[in-house]
Design a protein around this ligand. Structure first.
Ligand SMILES: C[S@@+](CC[C@H](N)C(=O)[O-])C[C@H]1O[C@@H](n2cnc3c(N)ncnc32)[C@H](O)[C@@H]1O
Length: 661
């Protein structure tokens, strides 16, 4: 038994001794150790060329680049005196501050044209064109037509569009091959596009090209530089800062930025290019997530190649672009300026989904709300901000000013001033409030300790078991309803006992799986649904009681510092095979093991009445309810409450479990 419990699939890979050492490490460290390679290139202080120094001076209003515990990042550097001690909470006692809340300090302000801005949803039709036009003027570059066609296709995946743009702007345009300066010749070719050789991407890249983008590309035709048609009616008020064309002495800012600030193509920021042997050591759920993202990137790369938008660059460089987009792009929602010139923007903070860097772009563009405008952005300087689950900074895209601003995070109460920043404090934003460590690792290449969003992975067999349990719970409720109907025929539908029972069961089945309702059935669906509704109400009431009890029990478990224990997949399989089907809702059982997520929890054999519920991916919860014998309710979730709960107990208890009917 002991051996079984310690058995882990990693034993096969690592050998028993090193597997034990490996498993003893906290999960976040296991993933974290994979990531030594990440950000390796970002550890030296950059020495910046003049153009970047200038841009840094303009954009980093109250911040400087520095190094801290999260690696390179941005740190608070107030331009005036350090913030007075009076600001902050003391202010709420004075009427003055109460009426005039302190505005959060603007820490960074970066022109949208310094980076890349894509409309992913909403806004006027020509908004994307306007933004592209401004970018060309600012960067002093003319986009090739086929690239511009892709960038204007707001329905295409943002990651694909951003990566294509980043590749061209950072790797191709500076060499003057495919791109041309806006004031130079209008013809161009892409022969001999420069490609930087780097580390190879994961194996298996280079599938058959997809036809989608290629079809477009054929109709788009050659590589003639894209010159935005004169804007008849700008959809927006012109930006308050006039667009000053870039002086010829100032080279392409974006390529400079990519060269000096972004990790170079032979380094990694996310896990996209993790080597095979390192990937094998990731937990299974992280590997699965990684596989999904890699598949997507492979498809995008094929599309780029097919459409001739890879510019002959090496595979490694193409992966690098997606790596950068994954780990450094922002998603933000911006409101359009009001017609009379008032400018109002909605910060991405208001929507947790979009309050993050990166990966909006990997989401389907169609899942964003239609208004206001959804943007995917690469923002130089702002993309140096590291993540913190309790951030002190936040960001917004302002389409009126055409800027991306990072400001101090407000307190959340209009009458409270924001928490003062201490000079030298690292400025952090939240990449997403709901990101667990697997998502953080795959997209950004790091994990955070004690991530509140972390869930233990649930093996497929447990997902199935959870479904089965839910089904059983509903059917057992159906039985109760049917029994009640039998006892109180006045309450229930008409007909024989058998008919009543069939209706209730059919209704329950229909809740579980709508397919079971077949057309032309003679059953009265309405009546059955009413009966099922009563049953569900009963369950709901029971559950409310359970939830309160569960909360109490969990806090008790926490207070006592009881430990969570994990089980090997094999043992969990064995237990679910033996006992899974015995766990039943609303029935008296002697005792049973309860499968909770990947951890396995089993209870001392003293449960008489129990209910179990679960959702795939979430811990199954098990509660004992109103036991006449017990002095108090015992509840646990994913926890092994005591040393007494040994497999031996289960074996003893097994004999008392009624066989499933
Ligand atoms: C948007 S960039 C931030 C700037 C980056 N540190 C740099 O030097 O370029 C995102 C990357 O920073 C690193 N990072 C961000 N937040 C972190 C954190 N809390 N702990 C460790 N690394 C972090 C990750 O490698 C991530 O891929």
């Amino acid at each position: 038994m002991q051996l079984l419990r310690n058995y882990d699939y990693r034993t096969r890979i690592l050998g028993r001794k090193s597997a034990r050492r490996w498993n003893a490490q906290p999960r976040h460290e296991r993933v974290g150790r994979m990531l030594d390679v990440c950000n390796a290139g970002a550890q030296q202080a950059p020495s910046l060329p003049a153009a970047l120094e200038e841009s840094r001076g303009e954009c980093l209003l109250q911040a400087r680049i520095g190094f801290g515990e999260r690696g390179r990042g941005l740190f608070f550097a107030p331009f005036d005196a350090p913030p007075s001690k009076d600001c902050g909470f003391q202010g709420i006692f004075t009427t003055e501050t109460f009426n005039q809340p302190q505005e959060p300090a603007v820490l960074l302000s970066v022109r949208l044209s310094c980076g890349l801005t894509l409309v992913t949803n909403g806004g006027p039709v020509n908004l994307q064109q306007e933004l592209l036009h401004e970018w060309q003027v600012y960067q002093g570059l003319a986009l090739p037509s086929r690239l511009a066609a892709l960038l204007e296709a707001t329905e295409r995946p943002p990651a694909l569009r951003l990566a294509a743009w980043l590749l061209w702007a950072s790797q191709v345009a500076p060499s003057g091959v495919a791109g041309v300066r806006a004031d130079e010749s209008r013809s161009g070719d892409r022969n001999g596009a420069s490609g930087k050789e780097g580390e190879c991407g994961p194996n298996g890249i280079g599938e058959a090209p997809s036809a989608r983008l290629g079809d477009n590309a054929t109709s788009i035709g050659d590589d003639a530089p894209y010159l935005t048609p004169p804007l008849q009616q700008p959809s927006l008020q012109p930006p308050s800062q006039s667009l000053v064309p870039v002086p010829p002495s100032r080279p392409y800012l974006l390529s400079e930025y990519a060269q000096h600030i972004m990790p170079p193509p032979n380094t990694a920021a996310s896990l996209l290019r993790l080597a095979d042997d390192q990937e094998r050591r990731l937990p299974e759920d992280a590997r699965a997530a990684l596989r999904g993202v890699r598949m997507q990137v492979k498809t995008y790369i094929s599309e780029l190649r097919h459409a001739g938008l890879d510019w002959g660059l090496s595979e490694a460089t193409l992966w690098w672009a997606f790596d950068m987009v994954s780990s450094r792009s922002f998603a933000a929602t911006a409101a359009l300026p009001l017609p009379h010139g008032t400018i109002e923007s909605i910060s991405a903070i208001s929507s947790p989904r979009s309050n993050r860097t990166g990966n909006p772009s990997f989401a389907d563009a169609s899942d964003a709300p239609s208004t206001p405008v959804m943007l995917a952005l690469c923002v130089p300087w702002a993309c140096l901000l590291n993540h913190d689950p309790s951030p002190n900074a936040t960001f917004k895209a302002d389409l009126g000013q055409r800027t991306f601003q990072v400001m101090q995070r407000s307190s959340g109460f209009s009458f409270l001033a924001p928490k003062p920043l201490v000079p030298g404090e690292e400025l952090c934003i939240s990449y997403g409030e709901d990101l667990d460590n697997v998502q953080l690792a795959v997209k950004y290449g790091f994990c955070t300790k004690g991530n509140a969003n972390d869930r233990l992975p649930m093996p497929p067999e447990l997902v199935l078991a959870a479904r089965g349990l839910r089904q059983q719970m509903l059917f057992s409720a159906a039985e109760h309803v049917a029994d009640d109907l039998t006892k109180n025929p006045a309450d229930g539908a008409e007909g024989s006992l058998q008919q009543q029972r069939s209706r209730v069961f059919a209704a329950m089945a229909s809740l579980l799986d709508p397919i079971v309702i077949q057309k032309g059935s003679s059953m009265s669906i309405d009546g059955a649904f009413q009966a099922a509704g009563r049953g569900l109400l009963r369950i709901w009431r029971t559950r409310n009681g359970v939830i309160t009890a569960r909360r109490k029990a969990l806090s008790m478990v926490e207070r006592r510092g009881l430990k969570r224990r994990r089980m090997s997949a094999r043992r969990v399989r064995m237990l679910s095979a033996r006992f899974g089907s015995c766990v039943n809702g609303g029935h008296s059982l002697g005792a049973h093991p309860v499968l909770c997520s990947a951890a396995c929890v089993w209870f001392p054999p003293c449960c008489s009445r129990s209910i179990i519920w679960g959702r795939p991916g979430f811990p199954l919860s098990f509660c004992r309810l109103r036991s006449p014998k017990a002095s108090r309710t015992r509840v646990a979730t994913g926890l092994l409450p005591s040393q007494r709960a040994r497999p031996m107990k289960i074996l003893q208890a097994r004999s008392t479990i009624p066989s499933p009917s």
